[in-house]
Design a protein around this ligand. Sequence first.
Ligand SMILES: *[C@@H]1O[C@H](CO)[C@@H](O)[C@H](O)[C@H]1NC(C)=O
Ligand SMILES: *[C@@H]1O[C@H](CO)[C@@H](O)[C@H](O)[C@H]1NC(C)=O
Ligand SMILES: *[C@@H]1O[C@H](CO)[C@@H](O)[C@H](O)[C@H]1NC(C)=O
Ligand SMILES: *[C@@H]1O[C@H](CO)[C@@H](O)[C@H](O)[C@H]1NC(C)=O
Ligand SMILES: *[C@@H]1O[C@H](CO)[C@@H](O)[C@H](O)[C@H]1NC(C)=O
Ligand SMILES: *[C@@H]1O[C@H](CO)[C@@H](O)[C@H](O)[C@H]1NC(C)=O
Ligand SMILES: *[C@@H]1O[C@H](CO)[C@@H](O)[C@H](O)[C@H]1NC(C)=O
Ligand SMILES: *[C@@H]1O[C@H](CO)[C@@H](O)[C@H](O)[C@H]1NC(C)=O
Ligand SMILES: *[C@@H]1O[C@H](CO)[C@@H](O)[C@H](O)[C@H]1NC(C)=O
Ligand SMILES: *[C@@H]1O[C@H](CO)[C@@H](O)[C@H](O)[C@H]1NC(C)=O
Length: 459
Amino acid sequence: MHYAAANLLPLLLTLLFATTQARLHLNNKRATTLSEPIRGVNLGGWLVTEQWITPSVYDSSSANDEWHLCNELGKEKCAERLDGHWSSFYTRRDLQDIRAAGLNAIRIPIGYWAVDLEDYEPYVSGQYPYLIRAIQWASSLGLSVLIDLHGAPGSQNGQDNSGLIGPVDFTSNTTNTERSLNVLRNLTAEFSQGMYNGTVIGIELLNEPRLNSVNFTMPDLQDFYAEGASTIQNATVDTAVNVTIHDAFWGPNYWVNYNPSNAGASHPASDLLLDTHQYYAFEPLNNLSHSQILDSVCNISQLLKRPGSGIPSTFVGEWSLETGAPPRAWSSSQDQGDDQNRRTWFRLLAEAQMVAYTPDGVGQASVGWYFWAWKTEYDIDTWSYRRGLSDGWIPSDASNTSTYAFPVLENRCVDTTFNYTAPRHPGRSGGGRPGRSGGRRVSASWVLLGICLTLAQLL
Ligand SMILES: *[C@@H]1O[C@H](CO)[C@@H](O)[C@H](O)[C@H]1NC(C)=O
Ligand SMILES: *[C@@H]1O[C@H](CO)[C@@H](O)[C@H](O)[C@H]1NC(C)=O
Ligand SMILES: *[C@@H]1O[C@H](CO)[C@@H](O)[C@H](O)[C@H]1NC(C)=O
Ligand SMILES: *[C@@H]1O[C@H](CO)[C@@H](O)[C@H](O)[C@H]1NC(C)=O
Ligand SMILES: *[C@@H]1O[C@H](CO)[C@@H](O)[C@H](O)[C@H]1NC(C)=O
Ligand SMILES: *[C@@H]1O[C@H](CO)[C@@H](O)[C@H](O)[C@H]1NC(C)=O
Ligand SMILES: *[C@@H]1O[C@H](CO)[C@@H](O)[C@H](O)[C@H]1NC(C)=O
Ligand SMILES: *[C@@H]1O[C@H](CO)[C@@H](O)[C@H](O)[C@H]1NC(C)=O
Ligand SMILES: *[C@@H]1O[C@H](CO)[C@@H](O)[C@H](O)[C@H]1NC(C)=O
Ligand SMILES: *[C@@H]1O[C@H](CO)[C@@H](O)[C@H](O)[C@H]1NC(C)=O
């Protein structure tokens, strides 16, 4: 099955058809079915800040998570600073650029404190109107949205991305899980309303939970997932959103036939999405050689593309081009993107993963991917999709495989032996294998596409 349309007309017809189909689904409470693979980016570091993504937000502060930043600044100053960040770091223009890159989806991390904040907690809220606005923009641009509870009370992983570095205390107090469920109830009640036009396709119950064998075990997590799934189902207003769970780093295979509300199920729950993160920047995969990385990427591809595996519908919710070391960087100290060899490698690693994580046939668990992140303040070469586009190691149109450089083998992985060399100087790749070009035409197509989508919405 080929997703890339050979020319514009079939693509437009498909889209018109898909839009009509989606609209037909609006009135029963089933989630709409994805009409194309997810090709998306994370709006990382926006509504939950991370110092390495936007160091200026942490200027002249010794804090390196949002809790401590606000603790240091006090609520009033912190609200002022963060509001400036929320209103500027992502604008409609960013979402337009995302769409123009051939992407069709965004994943938006949010912290519990955007919805449920206690006086004793230093966090500030005010993110919610920005979330609503982003979803409206996404809707008008034809981007789907996955909302992801990135920070839970007590912290589910003890890392900066949860808002609070320290112990994993999510399960230390049932108040934490109850508050999390309240947030999920709120997000569902809001974004499953018909007026959002089914833009939100899933709500992720908990990002990257760090389990241990003592006080946050897999059964603890699955108890929470069961309650979370039931909460989402009960709170649905018009359009169902898919219950979305993170694999807790146990890998997709662990979740074969998983149904959060039926332990002995013989097939995965319908309306369930599984998120698995594939990073080579962190332990234990941070010391693989380049060829081992490419092997591992191909392995995952084969796992997620094997029909009838029983693995729930799965997307790779975070991946990047960083290898070997975690992000360091309010300066882009790891960034030597002008190096031609490095750009050649990035192109291979980017395409290997884009191809690996995109479904290419029916009956596969794979449903697509979200790169982490669309951008960072310094557009670090390995973490900014936008940088990869402008410097030429990310194909100019993710939805059009003719803009990819590497051929795909019969095993559905890219041919890593293909003799590709990045151009001597960084620059936007109109792209594709030699003899193909089309940057201008691609953007013209997307303008037409936009017009057509708008028309379709109006019908
Ligand atoms: C919801 O999940 C089901 C599988 O559980 C999948 O078939 C469907 O495409 C998903 N829909 C969306 C909009 O993500
Ligand atoms: C949903 O569609 C209606 C009709 O096309 C439109 O008026 C409304 O603005 C859309 N909602 C969003 C959130 O885009
Ligand atoms: C679990 O144990 C760890 C290590 O002792 C501790 O830091 C953490 O606070 C405990 N978490 C819970 C939920 O009790
Ligand atoms: C749980 O946390 C709440 C505050 O959120 C606190 O009032 C309560 O005492 C805690 N309970 C336990 C058993 O620690
Ligand atoms: C969700 O919480 C936000 C922020 O507190 C609030 O503005 C909104 O009305 C709530 N929505 C629902 C459906 O409860
Ligand atoms: C959802 O609704 C069902 C049926 O009314 C109820 O049994 C269940 O407890 C509810 N779940 C949650 C988490 O509220
Ligand atoms: C990578 O590090 C792990 C320990 O974290 C070690 O077990 C493994 O042998 C190392 N692999 C290579 C290729 O160095
Ligand atoms: C890929 O899968 C093969 C076969 O299952 C296995 O031997 C190999 O170790 C895997 N490679 C990596 C890097 O995971
Ligand atoms: C790869 O292509 C370059 C020119 O594009 C050529 O100089 C080089 O010899 C080729 N390498 C191989 C192994 O074919
Ligand atoms: C796909 O990309 C190729 C190569 O750049 C271009 O010729 C073609 O027009 C593009 N197709 C669409 C539908 O944009």
